[in-house]
Design a binder for this molecule. Structure first.
Ligand SMILES: [Zn+2]
Length: 597
């Protein structure tokens, strides 16, 4: 098949418009259709990238060709003579890692939001000319992408190629005057490019990432010094004032982080912010295996026109979330106490989500398209995160398998061998069957209760047999994220709601005091016990009042004043802490060593 040829140019940075042309030599005789995807793999929401297309036109060797919109994501060109080109102008002003961005300082795009797919040509090879911009300040720009070069110099503008449309759109492209460090791991070159006004210790970053990446290669390879499943990997980082997120690709990842997340020069310790950045990088890197190569059968191939339903996102995101922080500890980048703090936070997050009793992680996976990615004020009551709860199911599965002389490590290697290395998708019951084979027993009760059901995970007892104590205590104020020690200011009571800076109730928790008093999310508190409602006053009540105390509350619902009586409830013990169990028997200590080192 003749290649599909693309040209992408950043001619109009201040209008945030990419001009993207798509040319085919042999268009369909009776009218060729061109389609843009509706979603991008890794982010399970219908995004309808076509809505950012500002204008579209077509021409052939003789001149303009009629081009009509026939569906929200589809254009149809009239009969053409010889090669047919469709050109679109795409508005690109999203700093996230999911679509595209263009201004005078930086250009970035994901393929699904800019590259039209000519209908019937998904398997055709692709050629892309990335045109150098000409605006002042772009002279120092370079190109960072893992698309294969086809004439372009390393880091240069020019021609790149892909063997199919699926490959074309899985290599995002960053163009800017970025900073760059590199390191080796798994026999592959790893590049880190950082765009944005950030000062950081690049050597430190490369050293820590190298340990994490090699550890992951070794996990899947089953031996020290194992090879990565690619020759080159790219971390594309955009550092901003406030931001956090990432998207995985087959040999790269795009990350957005806050400047303070990068390691400051001269600071030796792993700060909370830097640890969060390493966790994010570790997460996306783990996806190189788990979801980019080991895929649910529902993603083989991706249907990017509509939702691709699977009940397994808890495994692809949850297992990845379990290993992202575990990899930091097991590679020696953070210590066990630091890891336990992260694990405690994940547990606390789930404990503070009443929706964990309503939605299973399998249901959360299936409905990601309309729930996880479209949260509202009732989300904590109705939903559970397949990331966070999924990571705890992964922990429980790991410890359960370890109780039967196997492990999640072994399961991941099996998934890699049977599915990742072969390209065969994982059927909906594939993970359970593999786990049962490794454990040598039926695990239906585990999967029914914790994956398809909403039973509380038996983490305390599983951790006890691995030499780790798990306890619960009430939260300490707004910033509490976990940890063992209380600071003496733990609240005694709870109002059963979260309050925003403007004294507006953000979430009202199912069954809590605020819900029982008839208060709703969106109500603005004006008075608490006859005095002006302030965050400090409410915090003071939380510390000093007793369960059962009744407080008069005034609030505005829209513009109407309402009165309610809040009967304060005992503060829930929803903060988890973990510690090495000093009384653990020798066999439990040995299991702990095998798990954490
Ligand atoms: Zn992920």
């Amino acid at each position: 098949m003749e290649p599909t040829r693309y040209t992408i140019a950043a001619h109009r940075p201040s209008a945030h418009l990419f001009e993207v042309a798509c040319t085919i030599d042999d268009p369909a005789r009776d009218g060729q259709r061109f389609v843009l995807p509706s979603w991008i793999p890794g982010s399970y929401l219908i995004r309808e990238f076509a809505r950012h297309v500002v204008s579209a036109r077509a021409h052939d060797a003789r001149g303009p060709v009629r081009l009509s919109k026939v569906a929200k994501d589809t254009w149809e060109a009239g009969p053409a003579t010889g090669p047919l080109t469709v050109t679109i102008d795409v508005y690109a002003h999203d700093v996230s890692v999911r679509t595209a961005y263009l201004d005078a300082t930086r250009a970035y795009f994901n393929g699904p939001s800019v590259f039209l797919l000519p209908e019937g040509r998904a398997q055709a090879p692709c050629i892309v000319d990335i045109v150098a911009p000409t605006h002042a300040g772009s002279e120092r720009w370079r190109v960072a992408t893992t698309l294969a070069r086809d004439g372009a110099a390393p880091w240069g503008f020019g021609r790149y190629r892909a063997s199919s449309y699926d490959e074309l759109i899985d290599h995002p492209v960053e163009m800017a005057d970025f900073q760059h460090v590199s390191f080796a791991a798994g026999g592959a070159t790893h590049d880190v490019v950082v765009t944005g006004r950030a000062r950081f210790d690049g050597e430190r970053l490369a050293r820590d990432l190298a340990k994490i990446c090699q550890w992951q290669c070794d996990l899947f390879g089953g031996a020290p010094g194992s090879r990565a499943p690619f020759d080159r990997y790219l971390f594309q980082v955009i550092a901003v004032g406030e931001g956090y997120g990432g998207l995985e690709h087959r040999s790269s990842t795009s990350l957005v982080c806050s400047r303070r997340d990068l390691p400051a020069p001269g600071v030796a310790k792993v700060t909370d912010d830097y640890r969060a950045f390493l966790g994010l990088a570790s997460h996306e890197y783990f996806h190189s295996w788990n979801v980019k190569r080991i895929k649910p059968a529902a993603f083989v191939p991706y249907d990017l026109a509509r939702e691709a339903y699977t009940r397994q996102l808890w495994a692809f995101e949850g297992i990845t979330s379990y290993y992202d922080d575990l990899a930091l500890a097991r590679s020696g980048v953070i210590d066990v106490d630091s890891y336990f703090e992260l694990l405690g936070r994940a547990m606390s997050g789930v404990l503070r989500t009443p929706g964990r009793a309503v939605q299973s992680v399998a249901d959360a996976s299936f409905d990601a398209w309309i729930k996880y990615y479209r949260p509202d004020e009732n989300t904590p009551n109705a939903c559970v995160s397949y990331y966070t709860k999924g990571s705890l199911v992964a922990l429980a599965l790991d410890l359960t398998l370890r109780d039967h002389d196997s492990s999640l490590d072994a399961l991941m290697r099996e998934l890699w061998r049977a599915h990742g290395a072969t390209g065969v998708g994982v059927p909906e019951d594939g993970l359970r069957k593999l786990a049962e084979r490794l454990a040598g027993r039926d695990l239906a009760a585990f999967f029914d209760a914790f994956v398809e059901g909403t039973d509380e995970l038996p983490l305390a007892s599983l951790l006890r047999t691995h030499g780790v104590a798990l306890g619960l205590r009430p939260a300490q104020g707004g910033k509490d994220k976990g940890g063992k020690k209380a600071n003496g200011d733990a609240p005694r009571v709870s109002i059963g709601a979260t309050i925003g800076a403007d004294m507006k109730l953000a979430n009202v928790f199912a069954g809590g005091a605020a819900e029982r008093a008839g208060l709703s999310a969106g109500d603005t508190l004006v008075a608490f016990d006859g005095l002006k409602a302030t965050a400090d006053r409410i915090d003071a009540y939380a510390r000093d009042a007793r369960p059962g105390d009744r407080i008069a509350v005034h609030a505005f619902r829209r513009d109407e004043l309402i009165e309610a009586t809040l009967e304060l409830a005992a503060a829930p013990e929803d903060t988890a802490w973990l510690a090495l169990d000093p009384d653990a028997p020798a066999d439990a200590v040995a299991r702990r060593e095998r798990w954490l080192s």
